[in-house]
Write a protein that binds this ligand. Structure first.
Ligand SMILES: C[S@@+](CC[C@H](N)C(=O)[O-])C[C@H]1O[C@@H](n2cnc3c(N)ncnc32)[C@H](O)[C@@H]1O
Ligand code: SF4
Length: 486
């Protein structure tokens, strides 16, 4: 009875997902070797459904936002920009040159961070290199992230000159109190300034928002959407669900009472429902995991370029996601590769042509069921033919097939004429759907990652660790936890 009362919006769930970027976690493999990893990379086959996507990570950042899942790898030392840009390109050439997809059409390039704008003029090196790869063409999406408080007009001019098709930047919340809790600049004057600099010359201008932030109300979320959607210079919005498990610094601040706890689960679910409802009422369409675009504000040719890769993980087993730079996670058929988070260690390895990977965090396990569990993240839905092929190859367990059927029965997933798609309610619980569609062991790896985040946050509360960027570096987590527990 109690259980029934606590289920949210009539679904099977009592809360929203605790995971976002950790969807792709795999269990650690202490036995991984360089030769096993390299032979898996070399053997990864180009398959009929294979596509090529590039992600280049820039780990410089002048802020230390409390929620940031990426801050563990960020550094202020952007004087290294020139050296770093050259090494990023070197790793890109290495990965691309070895991959079976070398020379094939490139679907998308995402340059993210951190704050890629802190590369300054060295962004030229990176943009020039990706644009001169064979396979980069008119259909390739070229997207760059930047931070509103640090970006300079010269950077934007360079993006325009290189034909960048999309820029995105974090706003998260326009409310000054929420922003202060998150250690963001309380003023949002930078937004106006940056939109003026862009001056309509980049086809897609995307603002990131987050729901579920400490101190945030449903009214705040609705007001933020009203303001941003009414601005004709913004034609795409990514609205993420806060993932506390990925940000131990946030957990620590909540535990210590420095900031209030996140809103209760029902409020959070209503924030998500209100967000997707607002997009749909305004005629915006989903074109990414958490991204909606205004089709009246973007040329049709540009809408079709949008690859919807903002969540920086592979969408299916066949995808070649070549991700380079510290902390970036690459994925090829049959192999997951996690780069070292430590910037100097990563640079030094690339400089001497050694592998800049964190071996125990890499995996050569085949994830042939990936199209199933990533499907809630994909705006294209899941074609029946894909499910049939996965079933025929034995990629799906009986439990996975049963859960898909149950989600359809419960109205979270819609079984359309040729594909499965999320209902509005399914979008609200997207992360839970991903979790449920995984196998037991894959789900356990995600849960362990989130628990590890909570344990790290707790160490800060106990005074045994410090609330500084390396706290969020999960490649060091074991060390911190062992020390903290000692
Ligand atoms: C990788 S960050 C870089 C953005 C850029 N540095 C900026 O702040 O404008 C991209 C987006 O991820 C989202 N994000 C980061 N950490 C998150 C978390 N723990 N939970 C949910 N979303 C998060 C934020 O919306 C952020 O704008
Ligand atoms: S959200 Fe952006 S600005 Fe804030 S710490 Fe993360 S990467 Fe830096």
């Amino acid at each position: 009875m109690t259980d029934t009362i606590h289920r949210l919006l009539g679904t099977r769930y009592v809360g929203l997902a605790r995971n976002t970027i950790d969807y792709w976690m795999q269990p650690d493999d202490p036995t991984m070797t360089e030769s096993r990893l390299m032979s898996a990379i070399d053997r990864a086959p180009a398959l009929p459904h294979s596509s090529l996507r590039l992600y280049l990570h820039v780990p410089f950042c002048a802020q230390r936002c409390r929620f940031c899942a990426f801050s563990g790898g960020n550094s202020l030392d952007f004087r290294q920009a020139e050296r770093y840009a050259a090494l990023l390109v070197r790793q890109l050439h290495f990965m691309w040159g070895r991959s079976a997809m070398k020379g094939r059409p490139i679907r998308s390039v995402n340059i993210g961070g951190g704050s890629p704008d802190l590369l300054g003029p060295s962004i030229e090196t990176v943009l020039g290199a990706v644009r001169s790869l064979a396979g980069f063409g008119d259909d390739t999406e070229l997207a760059v992230e930047m931070t509103l408080s640090t970006v300079k007009p010269e950077f934007i001019e360079t993006l325009v000159a290189h034909g960048v098709t999309k820029v995105s930047f974090g706003v998260q919340s326009l409310d000054a109190t929420v922003r202060r809790y998150m250690r963001q600049p309380t003023t949002t004057k930078h937004l106006e300034r940056v939109l003026r600099w862009i001056d309509g010359r980049i086809p897609v201008v995307n603002a990131d928002l987050i729901t579920g932030l400490p101190g945030q109300t449903r009214e705040d979320v609705a007001d933020d959407l009203d303001v941003l959607m009414a601005d004709p210079r913004i034609n795409a919005i990514s609205s993420y669900l806060l993932t506390a498990g990925a940000a131990p610094a946030l957990i620590a601040a909540i535990e210590a009472g420095t900031i209030p706890p996140p809103p209760p689960p029902l409020e959070q679910a209503l924030m998500r429902l209100g967000t997707y409802g607002a997009f749909r009422r305004a005629g915006w369409v989903r074109r990414g995991t958490n991204t909606y675009v205004n089709p009246r504000g973007i040329a049709a040719a540009i809408v079709s370029k949008l690859a919807g890769d903002e969540c920086i993980g592979a969408s299916d087993y066949e995808t070649f996601l070549l991700a380079v730079g510290p902390q970036a996670i690459a994925s090829l058929p049959g192999v997951r590769i996690e780069n070292l988070v430590d910037i100097e260690a990563w640079c030094a390895a690339v400089e001497r042509d050694a592998l800049p990977f964190c071996l125990p965090k890499c995996s050569t396990a085949h994830q042939r069921d990936m199209s199933l569990w990533t499907f809630p993240l994909r705006w294209e839905g899941l074609p029946h033919a894909r499910v049939a092929a996965m079933k025929a190859s034995g990629a799906l367990s009986r439990a996975q097939i049963e859960i898909l059927d149950a989600l359809v029965h419960e109205g979270l997933v819609v079984d359309g004429p040729d594909r499965y798609a999320l209902s509005l309610l399914g979008e609200v619980f997207m992360g839970q759907l991903v979790r449920d569609l995984k196998t037991d062991s894959a789900r356990a790896a995600v849960d362990a990652y989130i628990d590890e985040g909570a344990a790290l946050g707790h160490l800060v509360t106990l005074g045994r660790a410090h609330d500084v960027n390396p706290l969020n570096n999960r490649q060091l987590a074991k060390l911190s936890l062992d020390d903290g527990g000692a």
